[in-house]
Design a protein around this ligand. Structure first.
Ligand code: ADP
Length: 180
């Protein structure tokens, strides 16, 4: 399923983000930029040593990546040239700034994409795995944030994919995109 907002097409795909044929993939990382499970583990395994080393270098230089921010590395062995690592909020009931932090992940990732001349980018469903953000709420927040950016910024990637791993997550994003 897809929908166009200004110059940007938002596409929903079910599958494995490590296989995406795209300029950049976004990783749902942690603040230390040390390998985790879930999508982070899959992206690091597929990207290989160059990605692990690039994350280690960033950790040494700046101590990691705060929640809501993003950093960029090589894509290593991925088809994607770049990986943008962003740190989603841990869900804590919804009154701890989670929505603003999640929106910031998408904004900061797209800012790095534009700075690096990235035209196509794939996001996973940030925060809805181990970090526990309810998928329905996360999908609405993610898509609304991207729509706002597409309709207000001059330069935005022309293709923004969500690569969603399982049926339930795909359905939540499809419902949210239909309502958008
Ligand atoms: P977080 O810690 O931000 O919650 P997780 O990696 O635990 O991140 O989960 C985020 C989402 O990524 C979940 O919907 C999970 O099913 C999904 N996911 C796991 N592996 C992959 C993959 N290879 N490609 C795309 N999505 C994936």
């Amino acid at each position: 399923m897809e929908k166009q907002f200004a110059q940007t097409t938002i596409e929903l795909i079910q599958g494995d983000i490590t296989k995406a044929k795209i300029d950049a993939v976004v990783n749902a990382a942690n603040e230390k930029l040390i390998g985790g499970g879930g999508v982070d583990g899959a992206i690091r395994r597929a990207g290989g040593e160059a990605v692990v080393k690039a994350c280690d270098d960033i950790r040494k230089q700046q101590g990691g990546c705060p929640t809501g921010q993003a950093v960029i590395t090589t894509g290593g062995k991925l088809h994607a040239k770049y990986i943008i690592h962003t740190v989603g909020p841990v869900w804590n009931g919804g009154n701890s700034g989670e929505a603003a932090l999640l929106a910031s992940c998408y904004r900061e990732s797209l800012k790095l994409a534009v700075e690096n001349d990235i035209k196509s980018i794939a996001f996973p469903s940030i925060s809805t795995g181990v970090y526990g953000y309810p998928t329905e709420k996360a999908a609405a927040e993610a898509l609304q944030t991207i729509r706002d950016i597409a309709e207000s910024e001059v330069t935005v990637p022309t293709t923004i994919q969500f690569v969603l791993f399982d049926d339930a997550t795909y359905s939540c994003y499809a419902d949210a995109l239909t309502k958008l």
